[in-house]
Design a protein around this ligand. Structure first.
Ligand code: C2E
Ligand code: MG
Ligand code: MG
Ligand code: MG
Length: 290
């Protein structure tokens, strides 16, 4: 009995593995063609200055609308794109599009925003990131100070010296740099000191259980003071509730991003949101606390 059960299990797994390999291959082919077929687009999530409640920037987040499957989950394709190297041309497309979009907002008379673009480990390693950024700025006509690149600690720690050298080149061009998902990686404090960055993005896993979880409260406060000691701005990611927002305001956090104010939205919707910003009432707690 045990033997036949084992055999069945074995067959079950191979069939499942076959399907998975097939799906993975199909997905790779899909990603390969998605750029040519214009299936990618960017959503933008507003970033707010906590004290004034104003929108100061927006993070560009890639989306893939597959002709048959509809919207494909990011976790399903970013990893695969990274594995196959396709993330490089995709990343270049994201940079170009985000810069063009930001310039377009400015040309339409919106107050200037900083657009944040996520950078993948591959883009960093393949050593032409600086060139890509230059081209995106030239092509779009966007000034460097309106572009921010988000890098993760793990990306930097793969090769600190090389990463810092690239970041310094970008900084010299006038680009802003931030550490994404801060607190989840392994950067030492001495390494952090040498990064030419302007802000830390406190990972949303530390924001989720605020203001109840004692450990997260301690971590959030510590990151805010660490950031300020190092002359950096601190942005809290994943703010979903008024109570989280109050805690962050009370503890001197500078900026926030999260569903409480807005999910990632289309470029047009963001423009409309900003145009009505002066008239719009801010989330009441942001006003009350500041
Ligand atoms: P990330 O850079 O940390 O981006 C923030 C993610 O948190 C986004 O997920 C956003 O939708 C989500 N988020 C924002 N506010 C909240 C909130 O209040 N609650 C919750 N639960 N989630 C919130 P998204 O768009 O699914 O992106 C996931 C990750 O995929 C990003 O994490 C980033 O690492 C990566 N990614 C997205 N776009 C790009 C891209 O263009 N290039 C690269 N290399 N990576 C990207
Ligand atoms: Mg990010
Ligand atoms: Mg993040
Ligand atoms: Mg993340």
């Amino acid at each position: 009995h045990a033997k036949s059960l084992g055999r069945n299990n074995y067959q079950f797994y191979t069939a499942e593995m076959n399907t998975r390999i097939h799906e993975k291959f199909a997905m790779q082919e899909g990603i390969r063609h998605a750029l040519d077929r214009n299936e990618f687009f960017l959503d933008y999530q507003p970033q707010l200055h906590l004290h004034s409640g104003r929108i100061i920037g927006a993070e560009a987040l890639i989306r893939w609308r597959h002709p048959q499957k509809g919207l494909v989950s990011l976790t399903d394709f970013i990893g695969l794109a990274e594995e196959t190297g396709l993330i490089a041309p995709i990343g270049e497309w994201v940079l170009q599009s985000a810069c063009m979009q930001n310039k377009d907002w400015q040309d339409r008379g919106l107050p200037p925003l900083v657009v944040s673009v996520n950078v993948s480990a591959r883009q960093f390693k393949e050593n032409n990131l600086v060139q890509q950024v230059k081209q995106a700025l030239e092509h779009s006509g966007l000034e460097a100070r309106y572009l921010e690149l988000e890098v993760t600690e793990s990306l930097i720690m793969q090769n600190v010296q090389q990463a810092v050298a690239i970041m310094k080149e970008l900084q010299a061009m006038g680009i802003q740099l931030s550490i994404d998902d801060f607190g989840t990686g392994y950067s030492s404090l001495s390494a952090l000191k040498s990064f030419p960055i302007t802000r830390l993005k406190l990972d949303r896993s530390f924001v989720r259980d605020l203001p109840h979880d004692e450990d997260d409260k301690a971590i959030a406060k510590a990151v805010i003071s660490l950031g300020h000691e190092l002359n950096l701005k601190v942005l809290a990611e994943g703010v979903e509730t008024a109570a989280q927002l109050s805690f962050l305001c009370e503890n001197g956090c500078d900026e926030m991003q999260g569903y409480f104010f807005s999910r990632p939205i289309s470029a047009d919707l963001l423009a409309a949101l900003i145009q009505t910003q002066d008239a719009a009432t801010l989330p009441s707690d942001a006003q009350r606390v500041s």
